[in-house]
Structure formats: C-alpha cells, structure tokens
Design a protein around this ligand. Sequence first.
Ligand SMILES: [Ca+2]
Length: 370
Amino acid sequence: MIVISLFSKIIATFILIIYSITLVEAQFNCPSTPSSKEDLQTFIVQLSSPEKAIDHYDFLKSCFNKEINDNIDQLIDHTVIKIASFGSFICYIGQFSPSEAAVLASSPGVIRVENDKTANLFAPTGTNLTLGPVGGNGNLCTSLTEFQAPPNLDRIDQKSPPLDGKYRYPATSGLGVNVYIVDTGINTANSEFGGRAKLGPAYCDGCSNVDDTGMSIGGGFSQILNNVTDQLVNAGVHVVAAAGNSATDACNISPASAPNGIAVGATETRTDATADFSNFGRCVFIYAPGTNITAAGNSAITALATYSGTSQAAPHVAGTVALIIAKDGNKSPAEMKVELDKLSTKGIVTGNVSRTDLNNRFLRLPDCSK
Ligand SMILES: [Ca+2]
C-alpha cells in the first residue's frame, strides 16, 4: 500500500507539472522567434481593463522579459515598459520588434497597438513686439468693456461686422476656472497673466518650459491619442484643440479629429474667411480669429508678440469656455459644445467651408445680459 501510494503521488505530481506547463503555454502565446535588438521600435499599447492589464503584464514578463515601470520621468529601454494610464484609459509604452508588436496586437486584453509618433508643433508665423497700451476696462452693467480692443477680441463679442472697437465680456471673466495648456511653454512672469499663470510639468527631454509663446502640439492621425482625448472628455474635461496649420482635412490630425473634443480652425481676423493655413473639414467644430493675434510674449515681462495660427485661434475658444463656466457654472463637455453652438454665428465663415456646412460656426462670447 505504501508503494502504491508513493507511486500515485509521483504520478499526480507529474500530471500536475504537465498541467502547469500546459496552462502557461495556453495563457501566454509567446512569439516563437524573438527578434534582434536592432529591430526594436517604440510602440504604444492600449489595454481594455485593469484586470486584463494584470494578466498582460505577466505575459510581458514571461514572454518578453519586460519590467513594469510607472515612473513617467524614467526613460524606457528594451527591458522596461512604462505605464501611462488615465482613469479607465490604460496603456503602456515599450520597445518591441514589429513582429513582437503584431503578437501583442492579437493578445487578449489589447485594444490597439500603434507606433509612437513624433508630435509636430503648430508653429505660428509672426514677430515679437514691444509693449503698448491695451486700453482700459470700465464697468458696464454686469459686463466689463475693453475699449480700443484688438480686432480679434473686438470681433468675438459681436455677431457680425463691422467692428465697434469694444471687447465686452462677462464681469466674472473666468474667475475660479483652471485652464490647463499643453504647448511649448510660456513666461509666467509676463504681466499679461497678472500672476495667475503657473508652470506644469515638462514632458520632453532637455527642453525648457519657457521657450516661445504657446505653440500647440499635434500630429498625424492617432486613434490612441484620440482615445485619450475622448477619455478626458468622459472625465468631464473640456478639451479644446488647434485644428492644425497644414491647409488640409483636420480629420487627418490628432487630437483635432477626436470626436468629442473641440477642434478650432482659424479665420482671417478682418474678413471671417478661413485663414489660408488653417485645417478645415467636418472635424473642425468651430472657427475663431487666428491671424495677427497679439498676446503675451516671452522676451520680457512686458513683452507682447503677434502671431498667426490655429494655436492662436484655439485659445479664444478655451477662454470662452472659461467665461461660460464662470458665468453659468460648469457643464458637461457635450453640453458645453451645445452652448458654444448656440452662441456661435452660423454660416458666416467663408473660404474652405461652405456657408451651409453644419460646422460653419463662428465663435461668440456669452452675453452677460442673459
Ligand atoms: Ca466688438
């Protein structure tokens, strides 16, 4: 009996080992031909859920010998993947060969695999100027009015031309609203900001937070970047994006093509025609002035600079969103787009948009009398 029992244990143990090996092989479909290090490229991998992510990270460790790192400041290499998640949006960045990436793309829990791409700066054109008087503010009912206002501001407080020289805006003027800006950096000491601007983190290697006057960042179409944008929107963030300066369809640009964001095209400030550089098409939600826009510069605390670009048009919309929130309270991002649509002037933009296009919307500020 003792011999039989010992034999049974050996058999049972053997079966258990075979079963365990089978389990591992079934769970992790490891690629059979590991590629050489020279083939490595950087990929972004989006996962479907935290539960799937745990299994997937085990898979990466077992099949690719990758360590997990969630320190955003540490560079990745071929042994480390970096987790970059937000809310229910879960993704990581790692270096793999294209054949390994193909294996990842078909792995359980993986939604999408994309090559990492270089973001472009939507570089404006223009020159630095020195400070001049901006005009005074005076109380008018529940509005503040800037007299001798620059034409871009003068334009967005009224339905149609001619300009009246005034910029009238709700007296709450964005009070209590935080606007987070992703661009190339600003000089927070500039007096135009009135001490309200603060620097956030820098997400590029060896670059400065103070380098120019706010070029927006975007690039070719990326479903993952659009997914991140929509995830931000789902979390209640109003995401305003420059449409881009390539005179092409904004649907080819990310994050401008994210369906739930607010992509902004640029108009000629004096004519309401689309600026010749502005991207266009159904992915542009709204148009705002974007040529010869004078704003805070970076060369001195009193410096102004004049630039043209969709990076200059988009802040008009972001600022309007802040005005609406301060005046009426916050809304959902979907409700905010409805409000911007309601306020906007329809069918007035000419150029690369038909007057009958549904997205032929020109920005207009909330009226403090309502
Ligand atoms: Ca005006």
